[in-house]
Ligand binder design. Structure first.
Ligand code: ADP
Ligand code: MG
Ligand code: ZN
Length: 477
């Protein structure tokens, strides 16, 4: 039997407002516990919330960038549940009238464009954080995060594989970054994701029963969770077992999910309009004024890179997925570097080193000027490509003028014919077998001799010249 995986995502993004959703406390990460709190976000009796307008603007901005309709009148509702990180015993959220509805974004997977519909984007507030085993045992509560503005982006169940889920998340992350409404630091929890998974027989019209895994905070865990959970569903179905709709906990270390609690229904939360808040009214003028602030978005930028810089679509996608990397790329190009060459460096050696360091593009320690200069001195023959890689490593260790690095490290390329020929003659004399082979028509021998010559020049010989001079010398003998 063939099965199809069906996935829907609920993405929580913390908005980068300076202050919290309903009070003036600073939003921040990594402060001492419980220093960004006040009577409102600590839920003291008699306090009243006042909504942060900027949070609404940010949510609308996200909605417009994802092709949503903006709901013009909306309530905020209380979602009631008890948990120690939630002092009010309810979260202010939106149920009936989310700010944004019926959107979509187009993702690209294996060269194909696919549309993923967005059911809704609503605003809500974040809960605090429980610190387990902190301070020598027990659990402590940190309410700094309590009341931080969030948007929740809910997709339709349009995603059909872990790869599509990754592409969708990459796109959403890039869009939110471009809009500057969320810093998208997954490792800090400012972007996190609930994953709903079901499977059905290929061709079936009805969806299967889904399970939900909450609060995954890396692309890697989302992908592994989808793969593992859909396998679990398939096995259960094959054994004739029933899948129960429930919330499961994803254990990233073990790579499995386990049952946490029955799926709660909307009615369990006893949603009702928060009587302390006026309803939200948004007019066309407001929407249009926000629309005007939308920057060039990743998809448009990708198209422009393909047209204007003539780099492959795949390169354009990888670069534009990070606003920082895209700006870096454009700076290098405006300094005169060839677009495809810049792209090769950024996606090749630079990405490799970043990867080894588990660092992101933002952490590139050198400037676009440095990379543009490095490219220039390779193209004008001052240094070889191999030496260029050494300069790049130096740039990561201690960023400074590439020309200075070249001088310090003695990396200047040898392009002096006389000097190179001396080395070539010596290499041929030391390898009579290769000379014989070459003469016998084994052209491969030439490659070996080029390698030996490169070695003898400690990688500093100009490769084009070595090839030319070596061939002449071999043919002359
Ligand atoms: P709830 O409000 O109970 O969480 P929703 O109907 O709003 O439920 O759906 C939540 C998420 O689950 C959405 O992202 C939706 O796309 C996804 N979803 C719904 N049905 C399925 C299914 N059968 N398989 C996979 N995902 C699903
Ligand atoms: Mg849900
Ligand atoms: Zn507060």
């Amino acid at each position: 039997m063939k099965y199809e995986t069906v996935v829907g995502l609920e993405i929580h993004a913390e908005l980068s407002t300076d202050t919290k959703m309903y009070c003036g406390c600073a939003t921040s990460f990594g402060s001492e516990p419980n220093v960004h709190c006040c009577p409102v976000c600590l839920a003291m009796p008699g306090t009243l919330p006042v909504i942060n307008k900027k949070a609404i603007d940010f949510a609308i901005k996200a909605g417009l960038a994802t092709n949503c309709e903006i709901t013009r009148k909306g309530n905020q509702e209380r979602k009631n549940y008890f948990y120690p990180d939630l002092p009010k015993a309810y979260q202010i959220s939106q149920m009936k009238t989310p700010l944004c509805v019926n959107g979509y974004i187009d993702i690209e997977v294996e060269g194909e464009t696919k549309r993923i519909r967005i059911n809704r984007i609503h605003i809500e507030e974040d809960a605090g954080k429980l610190l387990h085993e902190a301070g020598g045992g027990g659990t402590l509560v940190d309410l700094n995060r309590g009341g931080t503005p969030l948007i929740e982006i809910v997709t339709e169940p349009d995603i059909r594989s872990a790869e599509e889920a990754r592409a969708f998340l990459e796109s959403i992350k890039a869009i939110l970054e471009y809009l500057e409404v969320c810093d998208c630091k997954m490792e800090q929890g400012s972007l996190r994701c609930d994953v709903n998974v079901s499977v059905r027989q290929e061709g079936a019209l009805e969806y299967g029963t889904r399970t939900e895994m909450k609060n995954l905070n890396s692309f890697r865990s989302v992908i592994r969770a989808i793969e593992s959970e859909s396998r679990r569903h398939i096995e259960a179905i094959e054994y004739g077992e029933e899948i129960i709709q429930e919330t499961r906990k994803w254990d990233d270390d073990k790579g499995i999910s386990f049952s946490m609690r029955d799926k709660e229904e909307a009615q369990d939360y006893r949603y009702f309009p928060d009587p302390d808040l006026v309803y939200i009214a948004i007019d066309d003028e407001k929407i249009e004024s926000i629309r005007k602030t939308l920057p060039e978005l990743p998809a448009a930028r990708r198209e422009r890179y393909v047209q204007e810089y003539e780099i492959p679509r795949y390169d354009a996608e990888l670069i534009t997925n990070s606003k920082y990397l895209a700006n870096f790329f454009e700076s290098c190009v405006s300094l005169g570097a060839t677009p495809k060459v810049v792209s090769n460096w950024l996606l090749g050696d630079v990405a490799k080193i970043l990867n080894e360091k588990a660092a992101t593009a933002e952490e590139i320690p050198f400037s676009p000027e440095h990379l543009a200069k490095l490219i220039e001195i390779i193209e004008n023959g001052t240094i070889s490509n191999t030496a260029g890689k050494k300069v790049l490593e130096e740039l990561f260790k201690n960023p400074r003028d590439p020309e200075a690095i070249v001088k310090e490290k003695g990396l200047v390329q040898i392009s002096d014919e006389g000097e190179l020929l001396k080395v070539i003659i010596q290499v041929i004399d030391e390898n009579p077998r290769s000379l014989e082979d070459y003469k016998a028509g084994k052209k491969k021998a030439m490659g070996f001799l080029v390698g030996q010559t490169m070695r003898a020049t400690k990688g500093q010989g100009n490769p084009q010249m070595i090839n030319k001079l070596l061939k002449e010398e071999l043919d002359r003998r």
